[in-house]
Design a protein around this ligand. Structure first.
Ligand code: GLC
Ligand code: CA
Length: 552
């Protein structure tokens, strides 16, 4: 399993309110207790922090606030000594506008670095296209020095690199080798399916000659596959690595092109279809709609089935861009513990590599800061600024959307104990602590055998004992209109039955005929489940239970 750390919010050891590498080092025992195999660190490189490290100005230097290269070397050595692997975030769709390449690129049209980025002249006194940045506003910014526009799919401080340029690709390969030679075990590749723009944006000369630009940018342009294959053969194949690509707008059919073994591209990817179920499609993600259990089942099952024989799934609920799952798909009030465990069960029993985002193992929840001044995320602040009515009449509505969907929900400091600043720091942190830290924190969880933490620990340990959890074939069970998500995993005559309840009511689940009355063993449950159910299973609110039926 992979544990994702957002270093800025993990643990601060030098009292500046910002998490750091030594903070991670100090918590390796904690990670080992949980059962972590691989740690993925969100960007730790030098950055002006317009987007908290996803805007890199030096790919070979550690962000000053996070520590030094010596700290990094110590951290990776300590991880390896414990048998843990380390994955870094590779952010190469774009750089910071303060990266020396961009600084040089913008100086003149003839700079050797000009072609490292995507510059285009205006068209009929308009930007080259109407593309929108993912954080709001136009995706093109005019640079006065040369009068041309540069493309930035994210903030204007994150100019997109021109992957068509072989020099850019070689630079990326070189920086990957730099970290691999330091012992890094792989990469999580930021919006990697967006690097190809060939189909959406004509080359400079063609553009100037009048070739049309696509109406909207969409990722998965054709050349991305050539670039990934090149990266694999030029860089990754020389090392033992694990790679996972962040791939918005990817379908299971497309996923095969990225992750099937014979394609020699990526090991896994992050798809977003199950993350898109609580906002209105076609909007900018801030328009909420209630989550429909049946859609969640259909979506996750589609991925489970499509990548069953070929390819491999990554399994996740939380990350640094998503609201907390217990608040989103569970109940963060009365049934917080039960629903956090239920959601963990549902995901960890599936086929693929499970990812746990810091604090998920504690059942950490969304936060609801009162004022916009308490928020830090560039996407949240930008949305609020753009949408706030001049008379402020929609303020409550915007704050409600932020409470539900802001990326800052995942970025409040890790809750270590009930002391000031949740034990994250001894001073006020860069972003406020969730006030519920007094009751939800690691120290308390480690003392309570019934905690969400120990439940995750057990799920993670089970996967290492039960090969059916890794390899078993997935089959969704029809539960009619009941608010249940039930599925089977099958392998060599054995069957794993997973039943999860999404309601505050008690539910009765009828076992499939083939399993009723058969000998079985309860592997894990978030309530005192019947050791051997006959034909009915009684599920309390947010109940979850897993049974292994062994071959006769
Ligand atoms: C990815 C990251 C996100 C970042 C964006 C731009 O989606 O996960 O945090 O803002 O890319 O780099
Ligand atoms: Ca610090």
């Amino acid at each position: 399993m992979v544990y994702q750390i957002y270093p800025r919010s993990f643990l601060d050891t030098n009292h500046d309110g910002i998490g750091d590498l030594r903070g991670i080092l100090r918590k390796l025992d904690y990670l080992q207790t949980l059962g972590v195999d691989i740690v993925w660190l969100c960007p730790i490189f030098q950055s002006p922090n317009d987007d908290n490290g996803y805007d890199i100005s030096d790919y070979r230097a550690v962000m000053t606030e996070f520590g030094t290269m010596a700290d990094f070397d110590e951290l990776i050595a300590a991880m390896h000594a414990r048998g843990m692997k380390l994955v870094l975030d590779l952010v190469v769709n774009h750089t910071s506008d303060e990266h020396p390449w961009f600084v040089a690129s913008r100086t003149s049209k003839t700079s050797p670095y000009r072609d490292y980025y995507l510059w285009r002249p205006e068209r009929e006194h308009r930007p080259p296209s109407e593309w929108r940045s993912a954080f709001g506003g136009p995706a093109w910014t005019k640079d006065e020095r040369t009068g041309e526009y540069y493309l930035h799919l994210f903030s204007k401080k994150q100019p997109d690199l021109n992957w068509e340029n072989p020099a850019v690709r070689q630079e990326v390969h070189a920086l990957m080798r730099f970290w691999l030679n330091k012992g890094v075990d792989g990469f999580r590749m930021d919006v990697i399916n967006a690097i190809s723009k060939t189909e959406t944006l004509p080359a400079y000369e063609a553009y100037v000659a009048g070739a049309p630009v696509a109406e909207e940018f969409h990722p998965n342009g054709e050349t991305v596959h050539a670039y990934l294959k090149e990266m694999r053969s030029e860089v990754l194949n020389g090392h033992v690595t694990v790679t996972v690509g962040e791939c918005p707008e990817v379908t299971p059919e497309m996923a095969h092109l990225y992750v099937d073994e014979d394609r020699q591209e990526l090991d896994m990817l992050f798809q977003f279809e199950h993350m898109d179920l609580d906002w209105v499609p076609g909007t900018d993600t801030w328009h909420l709609r209630p989550i429909v259990l049946d859609e969640l089942k259909q979506t996750l099952s589609r991925w489970q089935t499509a990548l069953d024989r070929r390819g491999w799934n990554s399994l996740y609920w939380d990350n640094h861009d998503q609201p907390r799952v217990v608040s989103r798909f569970g109940d963060d009030g009365k049934y917080r513990v039960e629903s956090a465990k239920m959601l963990a069960t549902l995901l960890h029993m599936m086929k693929g590599t499970p990812y746990v985002y810091q604090g998920e193992e504690l059942g950490m929840t969304n936060v609801a800061f009162d004022t916009i001044a308490d928020y830090r995320d560039i996407a949240t602040l930008r949305m609020y600024r753009e949408k706030l009515a001049p008379d402020g009449s929609n303020q409550a509505e915007l704050m409600a959307a932020i409470h539900a969907r802001s990326r800052d929900n995942a970025r409040t400091p890790m809750q270590w104990n009930a002391q000031a600043y949740a034990g994250f720091s001894e001073v006020k942190s860069w972003i406020g602590v969730n006030p519920n830290y007094t009751s939800i924190n690691a120290e308390q969880a480690l003392e309570d055998p019934e905690s969400v933490f120990y439940y995750y620990q057990k799920l993670i340990a089970l996967r290492k004992q039960q090969d059916i959890m890794v390899y078993g074939e997935y089959a969704l069970l029809d539960t009619g209109t009941q608010p249940l998500y039930a599925y089977l995993r099958r392998m060599e005559g054995r069957v794993l039955l997973v039943v999860c309840s999404f309601t505050t009511q008690e539910e009765l689940f009828r076992l499939p005929a083939e399993l009723a009355g058969q000998p079985c063993e309860c592997l894990i449950a978030n309530y005192p489940a019947e050791p051997t159910p006959a034909d009915m299973l009684r599920l309390p609110p947010y109940g979850a239970a897993v049974y292994l039926f062994t071959a006769q």
